[in-house]
Design a protein around this ligand. Structure first.
Ligand code: C2E
Ligand code: MG
Ligand code: MG
Ligand code: MG
Length: 284
């Protein structure tokens, strides 16, 4: 009896692994075709200064226009793209797209900065930083208008050579941000040594600041730590006005979250920023 049950589980276990493997293989193949066809689209989420109340920039977020499944969110394919290495090609597409779109906005008078996400597998490529410089030079966009986001764990594992490239890009005006801070294992000495402008708090840190005194104590301490090393603090996934008020009182500089605006495709984003501008002018 026990033996047959065990055998059944064993069979199911293998079947599950096989299915998971098959999905990975299918997704990798589909991603290769998607890169060739350019089946991707960027969404843009505004960031607001908690000090001035103005839109100060945006983050570019990748979406996959899947021919069969429709719009697919990054969490459903970025991890596979990273494992297989195809993230490098996807990342190249993202950089080219962000550069050309930001170039258009810049010529049309948008002065906000645009942040985008970098996977650790991308910076391993020797020509990564050259490609970034080339893309924005070609699009006539000053490096001071871009921000590169590295997750906390990615930032902790990059080589000294990559750190030097990051520092040089920053010297030339680009901003460097740490994403999802508070989820990795930060080496605080490394954090102090990083060429860094902004730190984005992980949503899990702020999720219950309205109800939990402990959560508030932790967030306040983290904000103090970040500001103590001369970095700006960005709170991500802020969903309520109460959260934003608490964060402002704690000295958080910038918020990005549904309370303010969701990620939007380009046309909607441009209209949204236009309206936000008019709003700011009519208040002033
Ligand atoms: P991330 O860089 O931390 O981006 C923030 C995520 O939080 C986005 O999810 C955004 O839509 C979501 N978010 C913003 N405000 C709120 C809110 O108020 N509530 C909630 N619940 N969520 C909010 P998204 O677009 O699904 O992206 C997920 C992750 O995928 C990103 O996390 C980033 O790590 C990765 N990703 C996105 N685009 C790219 C890309 O171009 N390249 C790479 N390498 N990774 C990317
Ligand atoms: Mg990000
Ligand atoms: Mg994040
Ligand atoms: Mg993330």
């Amino acid at each position: 009896h026990a033996k047959s049950r065990g055998g059944g589980q064993h069979f199911l276990f293998n079947a599950g692994l096989a299915a998971e493997h098959q999905e990975k293989v299918d997704t990798e193949k589909a991603l290769t075709e998607a890169v060739q066809r350019g089946d991707f689209v960027m969404a843009f989420q505004p960031q607001m200064s908690l000090v001035t109340g103005e839109v100060c920039g945006a983050e570019a977020l990748l979406r996959w226009n899947h021919p069969r499944d429709g719009l697919r969110m990054p969490n459903s394919f970025i991890p596979i793209a990273e494992k297989t290495g195809i993230i490098a090609e996807i990342g190249d597409w993202v950089i080219g797209e962000v550069a050309s779109i930001l170039g258009n906005w810049h010529r049309n008078g948008f002065r906000g900065r645009l942040a985008f996400n970098i996977s650790p597998r991308q910076v391993d490529r020797a020509d990564f930083f050259l490609k970034v410089r080339q893309a924005f030079a070609d699009a006539d966009v000053p490096l001071s208008l871009i921000e590169l986001e590295f997750t906390e764990s990615a930032a902790m594992e990059v080589s000294e050579a990559v750190l030097a490239e990051i520092a040089s890009l920053r010297d030339d005006g680009a901003r460097i941000a740490i994403d999802d801070f508070g989820t990795g294992y930060s080496n605080l000495a490394r954090l102090r040594a990083m060429p860094l402008d902004r730190v984005k708090l992980d949503p899990s840190l702020i999720a219950d600041i309205e109800t939990s005194e402990k959560a508030r104590v932790v967030v306040q301490a983290v904000i103090q730590l970040i500001k103590g090393v001369d970095c700006e603090v960005v709170a991500e996934a802020v969903e309520t006005v109460a959260q934003a008020d608490i964060l402002r009182a704690m000295g958080c500089d910038t918020v990005q979250g549904f309370v303010f605006a969701e990620p939007m495709f380009e046309e909607e984003f441009v209209a949204w920023v236009g309206n936000a501008d008019r709003g700011a002018r009519s208040v002033a």
